[in-house]
Design a protein around this ligand. Structure first.
Ligand code: ATR
Length: 289
């Protein structure tokens, strides 16, 4: 039986097993998806020995996405554009001893947005991104691949935003604009999409201090935080009439490429090209938040 795991620290409360077990059950595939909580000083060793541990692949979560990227590079894995700019990976398949690696957060973000707002046009207007952590890197690269006309990046620590700007310029020759944190409210004028990639608004964290007055009413507001599902930012946006996209969808859609890679033969033999994020799956995960 094929075994896959999610590696993180902490990882006990990961929702990934619920998602992957849903698809294993749905398609009656013999497989196992486990949580492996690995101490940071053991990660290197564990990740390199994944196959000997009995796994055909894995997901990587906080705080190991960047470390996994570095090891995969060292092992000679082919690195795609999104992975290179994000400098982080979250999905791995071991094939003939080779690590096939992906960052599925970026496509997960894009597909969720497009599925949630069918008429959304990435090319229509500027995007304001709040936060310059690991999540921001993947998301910014992902939206650039969708040809957004302008990306405005704001972060409490401006140096972290400048660093992302520099890397994007060097790696894919694209310019993004960094604006200081105190200009957050004004930066929303004319935006087509607003994305919060920080942990602000999460249960136990302070809310994001923002005034949406300048944001066009037809802009989409999205948050990567999904606990709570409707963050204070999303609530404020909804109250003034903006359409919102919550963070749970991104979590669900980022899981799709991994399952498709690990269980490609099993899916093929059942005549299925890709697993789907169904309403039933979403409700199942939502009930556990
Ligand atoms: P992740 O990898 O999940 O994105 P991270 O790398 O820790 O997590 O990034 C967290 C983001 O939230 C950063 O942009 C961080 O801003 P700094 O670069 O200034 O640290 C932002 N963040 C966290 N707490 C914040 C706070 N209280 N106010 C403003 N921004 C905050």
């Amino acid at each position: 039986m094929k075994k896959v795991c999610v590696i993180g620290y902490p990882a006990k409360h990961s929702l990934s097993p619920v998602i992957h077990n849903y698809w294993l059950d749905k398609y009656d595939i013999q497989g196992k998806y486990e949580i492996r909580e690995v101490e940071p000083n053991n990660f290197d060793n564990f990740f390199r020995n994944l196959y000997n541990e009995g796994y055909v692949g894995c997901n990587i979560t906080v705080p190991f996405k960047e470390a996994a990227f570095k090891i995969a590079k060292e092992l000679g894995s082919e690195i795609g554009t999104i992975e290179n700019v994000a400098a982080a990976i979250n999905t791995v398949l071991i094939n003939d001893g080779k690590y096939i690696v992906k960052n599925s957060d970026a496509p997960g973000f894009n597909v969720n947005l497009q599925e949630s707002v069918k008429e959304f046009d990435f090319k229509k207007g500027k995007v304001v991104v709040i936060g310059a952590g690991g999540a921001a890197r993947g998301i910014i690269t992902g939206i650039i691949t969708k040809h957004v006309p302008e990306v405005i990046l704001l972060n409490r620590t401006i140096e972290n935003a400048e660093q992302i700007k520099k890397e994007i310029k060097n790696k894919i020759s694209k310019d993004i604009k960094v604006i200081s944190w105190d200009k957050l409210n004004e930066s929303l004028a004319g935006a087509n999409l607003l994305i919060n990639t920080t942990s602000l608004g999460m249960i136990g964290q302070p809310p994001l201090e923002i005034n949406l007055h300048h944001l066009p009413k037809d802009a989409i507001v999205t948050d990567i935080v999904y606990r709570p599902l409707v963050t204070p930012l999303l609530k404020a946006a909804q109250q003034r009439g903006n359409q919102i996209v919550d963070g749970l969808g991104m979590l669900l859609y980022q899981a799709v490429p991994g399952f498709n890679m690990w269980f490609s033969e099993e899916l093929k033999s059942r005549g299925i090209s890709s697993v789907e994020v169904t309403k039933e799956l979403r409700e199942k995960v939502e009930s556990l938040l």
